[in-house]
Write a protein that binds this ligand. Structure first.
Ligand code: SF4
Length: 54
């Protein structure tokens, strides 16, 4: 298990990179869901997300 990234707090507890309120991925990518129509945080998406397998 990689260390928690103290700069990335996350509450997606069904992601395989999630650990106790933090992201353990070495890096993440966040995209806008609606291209130039995105205008708030609800319109963004973490594409690094992967579901927990267990
Ligand atoms: S990869 Fe994205 S969704 Fe998963 S823990 Fe990290 S920030 Fe959260």
């Amino acid at each position: 298990m990689m260390g928690r990234n103290q700069d990335i707090q996350c509450n997606v507890d069904n992601c395989k990179f999630y650990s106790s309120g933090y992201c353990t991925a070495e890096r993440i990518q966040v995209d806008n869901q609606y291209g130039s129509m995105s205008n708030n945080s609800d319109d963004t998406i973490c594409v690094t997300f992967q579901p927990k397998t267990s």
